[in-house]
Design a protein around this ligand. Structure first.
Ligand code: SF4
Length: 407
């Protein structure tokens, strides 16, 4: 069985002096609701783009006022919903406004998610002119029957044509694929993954189909339909995924995300490394720390905006932002988040760095449970470097591991 090779994480990446800062913009509208989707997405035939655009700009200004000190933005991410439905002029305005408010790191990564239709591929070429430099395309499957099952509006042919078009303008392109469909065989998935790897992309997001509460798939599953592969066979496909992607030079840097060296999504790494980011738009989240010194965290603020587009818009027009909830996380909350997110990453967590930021580690991490999982090969603990990493066997059981090591 393939094993992930743990490697040393740079401890400095956890410390305030080297922490990254990102901005997320949520465009919540879609043409149709996919039956497996639990994102904050809403079907609209028409959208008042000017009103929503102005509100995003206004809320961005408000969020900036909450952070008197911040580094330049290292990443900006347009997510959704379907951000490829945004008008390019608005994307450009938002990028310019973000640069004026926060400043851009010289190597800023600006990503937009896109659906693989010809219209949206054309928009992506205009997004490139607006400053977007990375695209993540929701291909989802290279099998038309799978796409129909997922309720997607595009075909494999559409997706490959959109990908060809987008690649003429972007150096950094990722595609999403879903696996573990009901009845999917190891051979069928291996063949599809082989086709995806042969495209020569630098980044692939390979998600196991999971059935989320509140979705149409969830309702159908409750009525007795088989909506995804059983756990054992899905685990087999996960192992095939790890082995094939690694052999092709795209090892997992996170449980479901694979990249060649340097092509990792820096924005998503910010989430998994629990760095600082703000979010604007309906249902966006933001989290940022306030530091007592270059070595120690004082507190961390967690912000959530209103999920309903209409209520969010109304709030922004009335009070300048759509914030619904603002909470101060304790250092312990933050330490928990660092472990839960960081153990998803190939480079794991650096226990000394978390201790430096958040205080005594023994009060929230059960070391006897950690040792037990080290003994059974699910975690790798390197005492000398204080790194803790999930092995490939452990990745399949991460929820269980977290439920016992955190207290
Ligand atoms: S296009 Fe994306 S965000 Fe919209 S419903 Fe489908 S999966 Fe959800």
């Amino acid at each position: 069985m393939y094993k992930l090779e743990p490697y040393q994480k740079d401890p400095a990446s956890c410390l305030p002096s080297d922490r990254k800062f990102g901005l997320y913009v949520h465009w919540p509208f879609c043409r149709a609701k996919c039956p497996y989707c639990d994102f904050n997405s809403h079907v609209r035939t028409t959208v008042d783009e000017k009103a929503f655009g102005n509100a995003l700009l206004t809320e961005m200004t408000h969020m900036a006022s909450l952070l008197p000190e911040h580094p330049s933005l290292s990443s900006l991410f347009f997510g959704g919903g379907t951000p490829s439905l945004m008008p390019p002029w608005l994307v450009e305005q938002l990028i310019i406004h973000a640069q004026n408010l926060f400043g851009f790191a010289t190597d800023i990564e600006i990503t937009a998610e896109a659906n693989p239709t010809s219209t949206e591929a054309k928009s992506m070429l205009e997004f490139r002119q607006a400053g977007v430099n990375r695209v993540s395309i929701g291909v989802q499957s290279l099998d038309d029957a799978n796409l129909r099952f997922l309720g997607r509006e595009h075909s494999v042919k559409d997706a490959l044509a959109a990908l060809d078009s987008v690649r003429t303008a972007f150096d950094r392109v990722s595609i999403d694929l879903i696996y573990a469909f009901p009845g999917q065989s190891a051979k069928a998935w291996s063949t599809m993954l082989g086709e995806a790897l042969s495209l020569g992309l630098g980044h692939l997001s390979l998600y196991q189909l999971t059935i989320e509460a509140g979705t149409i798939f969830h309702t159908r599953q409750r009525k007795g339909e088989m909506m995804a592969l059983d756990d054992d066979r899905a685990a087999d496909l996960y192992e095939i995924t790890q082995g094939m992607a690694t052999s092709a030079g795209l090892p997992a840097y996170e449980i479901s995300n694979h990249a060649t060296i340097g092509q990792e999504c820096r924005h998503n790494l910010n989430y998994w490394r629990t760095a600082d980011w703000i979010g604007v738009g309906p249902g966006a989240h933001g989290r940022f720390a306030v530091y007592e010194s270059k070595q120690r965290c004082l507190s961390r603020t967690a912000i959530t905006t209103r999920r309903s587009p209409a209520r969010w818009l109304n709030a922004v027009n009335t009070i300048g932002h759509g914030i619904e909830k603002k909470e101060i996380d304790t250092p312990r909350d933050w330490a928990h988040e660092m472990v839960m997110m960081g153990l998803r990453l190939r480079d794991g967590i650096h226990l000394d760095a978390i201790k430096t930021l958040c205080g005594p580690i023994e009060s929230w991490l059960d070391f006897s449970a950690v040792d037990q999982y080290v003994d059974c090969g699910w975690l790798h603990h390197e005492h000398e470097t204080s790194s803790l990493v999930t092995t490939s066997d452990g990745c399949l059981r991460l929820n269980h591991i977290l439920s016992t090591i955190l207290r």
